[in-house]
Design a protein around this ligand. Structure first.
Ligand SMILES: Cc1ncc(COP(=O)(O)O)c(C=O)c1O
Length: 372
């Protein structure tokens, strides 16, 4: 078991600090802190789900709280089995983590080395990339295509040149909200170079409506060199509860398991199990509600001739036609906090899809800045 203390001893302070990076880098509230910020700020900066945990999960957590003085180790076999079963997997095909961040980190740790790079696109979700860099592992980032999608052939080529490595595909991608199609993932799995593992981060998968977007879990069931990560932070609205999991072949899971911290919180685990009990309804309703709000926003942007990348996640990249930093700096003072900059996509502003009233306020504030 890897504890915080022996992790620091093994990899040095820089690497240990990398463990904390998501908190600092992605809790962007810190970046836009200030006493002059409006109290009723609309936070559209961290791709959270405004619906929060479903009521069944809130009730389960209330019940769990008084018993949280114990570790509850004896319950986890069943909890893991429930999570695995929800995706037609066996318990030995998953490992849970503190959010999907933890299992992304263990994957990078186990499947990259000083000679085996992490290979991804730029920009992609920074968590795995920052960790690889902090561990001193080589990182190769390929360019997105004109339509902001990942070039899977280029990813495979880089892995081939390096004689193996870990290819990280975030699908849908953060920050672009664009997808890698099922056909392209299929090609990539069929053409993985030797010593190469594919890591597919499906944090936002449930929000996608494109028929070309499919989960990579079938490849896990087929025993391919593929790891799929999922999180309860997004569609389930449990970002603060910190639960995610990786799905992979049992021998891959065996390599990841010793690198994780420990079991997850029993309060969070009970919330997850309760949500999985009503999974189909929860996912269907939330997906429909997000889809409705997202379509309205897209229609408004089109009406106003504002370009954007067709979104498949719970956020959208809007082309503001000039450096987006102006919006990032100005909008919070007007009560709406958009995402951070994502170089090299300097003219694009990432905006999380919030509630309908939140998006009404977003449109109002965005338009005032856009018109100036
Ligand atoms: C693509 C992607 N993967 C993983 C994560 C990590 O989230 P969590 O650790 O809450 O599962 C995030 C967070 O925003 C993300 O955008």
């Amino acid at each position: 078991m890897l504890t915080r203390r022996n992790f620091a001893a093994r990899f040095g302070l820089a690497a240990a600090t990398a463990r904390l990076l998501p908190e600092m880098a992605y809790a962007q509230r810190a970046a836009i802190n200030g006493s002059d910020l409006p109290k009723d700020m609309v936070w559209l900066n961290a791709n959270e789900n405004p619906a929060g945990p479903p009521p069944v999960s809130l009730a389960a957590m209330q019940q769990a709280l008084p018993t949280s003085g114990r570790y509850h180790y004896q319950e986890f076999r069943e909890i893991y089995a429930t999570i695995a079963k929800s995706e037609d997997l066996s318990s030995n095909q998953i490992v849970t983590g503190c959010g999907s961040s933890e299992v992304l980190h263990t994957s990078v740790d186990a499947f990259t080395s000083s000679t085996r790079p992490l290979i991804s696109v730029s920009p992609a979700y920074e968590g795995p990339i920052e960790l690889a860099r902090a561990l001193g592992r080589p990182v190769i980032l390929t360019k997105l295509r004109e339509d902001y999608t990942a070039d899977v052939r280029m990813l495979a080529e880089e892995a081939d040149k390096a004689h193996g490595g870990l290819i990280y595909v975030c699908n849908p991608n953060n920050p672009t909200s664009a997808i890698t199609t099922a056909k392209e993932i299929d090609w990539l799995v069929a053409n993985l170079p030797a010593n190469t593992t594919l890591l597919v981060d499906e944090a936002y998968l449930h929000f996608g409506e494109s028929p070309d977007l499919k989960t990579a879990l079938p490849y896990v069931r087929q025993g391919k060199d593929v790891i799929v990560t999922r999180t309860f932070s997004k569609i389930y609205g449990m970002a603060g509860l910190r639960v995610g999991f990786a799905a992979a072949r049992p021998d891959i899971i065996e390599r990841l398991t010793p690198l994780r911290m420990n079991v997850i919180s029993i309060v969070s685990a009970r919330a997850v199990v309760a949500a999985l009990g009503d999974r189909e309804n929860i996912v269907r309703e939330r997906r429909a509600s997000l889809g409705h709000t997202r379509r309205e926003l897209c229609a408004w942007l089109r009406e106003h001739n504002v370009k954007f990348i067709e979104p498949q996640a719970n956020f959208i990249m809007i082309d503001v036609g000039r450096n987006a930093r102006e919006f990032i700096n100005t909008m919070p003072r007007m009560g709406v906090a958009p995402g951070r900059p994502f170089p090299p996509l300097d003219n694009l502003l990432r905006v999380t899809i919030g509630t309908d009233p939140e998006m009404a306020k977003f449109r109002d504030v965005f338009w005032k800045v856009y018109k100036t």
